[in-house]
Design a protein around this ligand. Structure first.
Ligand SMILES: [Zn+2]
Length: 84
């Protein structure tokens, strides 16, 4: 039984390492890497439990793939108008 738990722990460790590597390697995607057109975010049921990863689809060439969620865009700071 000890061998079973050891092998199970090694499989779990491998799965965790793969998930960490995927989380680090997947970058933010706002444009298609093939044709540089804007992509559309597609909801995938199997990707729902994963936070921070979205599925993107390019309407121009049909490319699809994972990408990190885009950070919320911050409004640009507008300098104060000079007093008149
Ligand atoms: Zn494309």
């Amino acid at each position: 039984m000890l061998i079973f738990y050891t092998l199970l722990a090694l499989v779990a460790l491998r799965v965790i390492l793969v998930l960490v590597a995927v989380a680090v390697l997947v970058g933010p995607v706002s444009r298609c890497p093939a044709c540089f057109q804007p992509t559309v975010t597609v909801r995938r049921r199997w990707l729902r439990p994963v936070r921070g990863i979205e599925w993107h689809w390019c309407a121009a060439c049909g490319w699809q793939g994972p990408g990190r969620c885009a950070a919320t865009a911050r409004a640009p700071e507008i300098p104060d108008a000079p007093a008149s």
